[in-house]
Design a protein around this ligand. Structure first.
Ligand SMILES: [Zn+2]
Length: 299
């Protein structure tokens, strides 16, 4: 993703992994292969591989620099974590090098925010040091939405997280270090940043708004995993917790931001990630900032 500027705020991505990496039939269980293939003209070559029926998706964190803060939004999978899924387990990735390439250090991050508490959004909250999990960012306040934290804790009290000991290795060490703050679901930070609860994918999933005189951007987390869901908003990902609510929230998000200047910054979209929503006669389309859209091929 090219850096994004909104007024005096800059946004840069720190990529952990990208490219074709998830079977389309797995990501979108409700979609028939022929229904997905109907979108090939605008998806190839960078969003879908027809021969293998794989979607390309990026996994990335965002560094947001304002006049007062250096913020990290969503912290990917991290390293050395005990995870059920082979793709997430005990990984080592270029993420630290990509972070350092922005000429900042872990000490510079003063706020961490997670759109939700799934495995690929909390990993770099902590890192392994002398056999112990410690906060990766020693000077940061980690802000967690109240509903997401409460519902996640209630769920793992009932049964362990099927993805692995995420709470124990990526959240609890932050709390024990005194760096966690549970904040309201509509929390407002300075510098034009605020939370909006957008439930469905998880019960307390939040979008993070950034607005100032220079414009409006929304970090939309996992409301949509792949741009095809802009055209087919009824298709939930296999990771959505509440299917009916996820569809309602996705559709209302599309209606709210279509035909506005709002820049949408989803977690996992390839092709430069950032774009604007537009309404069409038959639904919605995503116009990528760097060219191409979900109704026309790139270039
Ligand atoms: Zn995700």
């Amino acid at each position: 993703m090219r850096p994004l500027t909104v007024g005096d705020v800059t946004v840069e991505a720190v990529v952990e992994v990208s490219g074709p990496r998830i079977p389309a039939a797995m990501l979108l269980p409700a979609a028939e292969r022929t229904e997905i293939e109907a979108h090939i003209p605008w998806m190839t070559p960078d969003l879908y591989v027809p021969a293998t029926h794989m979607f390309s998706m990026v996994r990335q964190a965002y560094v947001v620099r304002t006049a007062h803060h250096t913020i990290l939004i969503d912290t990917c999978v991290g390293e050395h974590k005990d995870r059920t899924n082979e793709r997430f387990r005990l990984t080592e990735t270029p993420w630290p090098a990509n972070f350092n390439a922005l000429a900042i250090t872990y000490d510079d991050i003063d706020i961490v925010m997670c759109t939700h508490l799934h495995v690929d959004h909390v990993g770099w909250n902590t890192r392994l040091e002398d056999g112990r999990w410690v906060p990766t960012f020693p000077n940061a306040r980690y802000l967690f939405g109240k509903t997401e934290m409460e519902t996640y804790r209630a769920a793992i009290a009932e049964a362990p997280d099927p993805d692995g000991p995420i709470y124990a290795d990526s959240i609890l060490p932050v709390i024990e270090a005194g760096q966690a703050e549970i904040v309201a679901d509509d929390f407002e930070l300075s510098d034009g940043l605020w939370f909006e609860m957008t439930p469905g994918h998880t019960e307390g999933h939040i979008c993070i708004h950034l607005q100032n005189t220079g414009g409006h951007a929304v970090f939309s987390g996992d409301l949509m995993h792949h741009p095809i869901q802009v055209r087919e908003p009824q298709w939930n990902s296999c990771f959505c917790g509440d299917d009916a609510q996820a569809r309602i929230t996705r559709r209302s998000f599309l209606e709210q931001h279509a035909d506005t200047d709002t820049l949408i910054v989803p977690s996992h979209f390839e092709r430069g990630t950032v774009g604007r929503l537009e309404s069409l006669a038959d639904g919605f389309t995503f116009n990528f900032r760097d060219g191409g859209s979900t109704h026309a091929p790139p270039g």
